[in-house]
Design a protein around this ligand. Structure first.
Ligand code: UD1
Length: 422
């Protein structure tokens, strides 16, 4: 298993370019199953989760060729596709469940492994199943598999999500876009990745309209047209680099990214004293000499507040703040796995329920650490490069799931990091 060796402290400066969004690419790749015609998807990030989704599509019968060092995938589906998504592929990446909607739309049946829980929480799929069942699908769960059947095909309906869910919104859109008749979906997630998915489907001829802030109207179409589409850039990667710039009074130009998408996070950075300049497709962040504490931040669904996928990175930032800060995690029930590891560096953080109380201005010293999940592991890298001495970060395969060549990008901006492969 690969590990990172990081020597700190280092101050970062320079420029970084943001890669394609993993969380946008995953549902769009799953959507390719809906097409009979060729689909070209550009700006794919070269990360493990994308490889896993491509393997899953191949196992379902898609023919895939690549261009531009695998950043462009050209996908075509033969009539011979199958509708079985095995545990071996879905277990490593929960987004595997996103093939359920498209498979049902195409074959009126699907057998998809249930993704199970993961380290950050239970992460059930009840909301996905309940919404899709409204379109005329019957489900049976057997031996860890979701067996789904819609004998009469998918039929439009009215759906209201009991809770905002990114994955359930995507799966339901994918199921409804070629269903017979009209589907109204209320209380949708409106993350930028969902807008990217609806833009993609619309560009291919789907009849999808946002008719309210969180309400979608979908008139099912018989088929979708061949399309070439470029995935949006990764807001979590961009946000992570913005935080990195602030940790040690560094400064960074973040290229290839529309700042509006991470407005909530940039507002918090301004509150801690960072100088943020926005120009066309670029963000310039200069970290303050003294980081101000934040009394209270809560993670929430987009666009209201800090993204849960940025919580761990902001916690590292607040370790360096002048005073006490509180972060409340409201999306996942077990998303403080990075805390015991940060404590190994000397961090003073108390957990009370879903709140982390962070004592600021802590001097951190390098130590050996263990990654537990994707965003926790990037937070450990950030913490390691502001710690004095050497840190070793184990199990960086978590990080490889979602960050493209992060060590190369960090090296270029002044972080002393190297990968040890076995
Ligand atoms: C997606 C993102 C992930 C991000 C999360 C929240 C991808 C591939 N992953 O995950 O990076 O952290 O959104 O922004 O895009 N829930 C249920 N039942 C369900 C579905 C969800 O109870 O059927 C719960 C979850 O356990 C969680 C909350 O709803 O507590 C939100 O989860 P959801 O928005 O669905 O997250 P994902 O789509 O899995």
């Amino acid at each position: 298993m690969d590990k990172f060796v990081v020597n700190g402290p280092s101050k970062i400066s320079g420029e970084v370019s943001i890669s394609g969004s993993k969380n946008s690419a995953l549902p769009i790749l799953a959507a390719s199953l809906l097409f009979d015609k060729k689909v070209t998807i550009k700006n794919l990030p070269r990360v493990k989760d994308i490889d896993t989704m491509l393997k899953l599509l191949k196992s379902l019968g898609s023919k895939i060729s690549f261009k531009n060092n695998k950043k462009i995938a050209i996908i075509s589906n033969s009539k011979k596709n199958n509708y079985f998504a095995p545990y071996s592929l879905v277990k490593t990446m929960r987004a595997g469940i996103l093939v359920l909607g498209p498979l049902l739309a195409k074959f009126k049946k699907a057998k998809v492994s249930s993704p199970g829980g993961c380290s950050i929480g239970v992460r059930p799929i009840d909301i996905h199943l309940k919404a899709i069942s409204k379109l005329g699908v019957k489900f049976k769960i057997n031996k860890g598999y979701v067996n789904a059947n819609a004998k009469k095909g998918l039929i439009g309906s009215k759906i209201r999500f009991p809770k905002i869910s990114v994955g359930a919104t995507e799966n339901t859109i994918l199921a409804a876009c070629c269903a017979k008749g009209t589907t109204i979906i209320k209380n949708c997630a409106i993350e930028p990745e969902i807008k990217d998915l609806t833009n993609f489907l619309r560009a291919a001829g789907a009849n999808i309209k946002w008719i309210g802030k969180r309400t979608l109207k979908i008139n099912g179409v018989k088929n979708l047209n061949s399309i070439s589409y470029s995935i949006m850039n990764d807001r979590i990667e961009a946000g992570t680099f913005c935080v990195a710039a602030c940790l040690n009074g560094g400064s960074l130009k973040i290229r290839n990214f529309d700042a509006k998408i991470i407005n909530a996070e940039l507002e918090i950075l301004k509150k801690i004293g960072a100088i943020v300049k926005i120009s066309n497709n670029m963000i310039e962040v200069k970290g303050p000499k003294k980081i101000k504490n934040i009394n209270y931040i809560k993670t929430r669904e987009y666009p209201n507040a800090l993204a849960t996928d940025m919580q761990a990175q902001f916690m590292v930032l607040l370790l360096k703040a002048n005073g006490k800060s509180v972060i409340q995690e409201s999306i996942f029930e077990n998303r403080f796995m990075h805390v015991p590891e940060l404590r190994r560096l000397g961090a003073r953080i108390n957990i009370k329920g879903n709140k982390a109380i962070i004592e600021g201005t802590t001097e951190l010293e390098g130590a050996e650490l263990m990654s537990s999940d994707l965003r926790a592991s990037v937070a450990l890298v950030l913490a390691a490069f502001i710690s004095k001495g050497t840190s070793i970060i184990n199990r960086v395969y978590h990080l490889d799931r979602g960050y493209e060549k992060i060590e190369n990008k960090l090296k270029k901006i002044g972080v002393k990091i190297k990968r040890l492969s076995r």
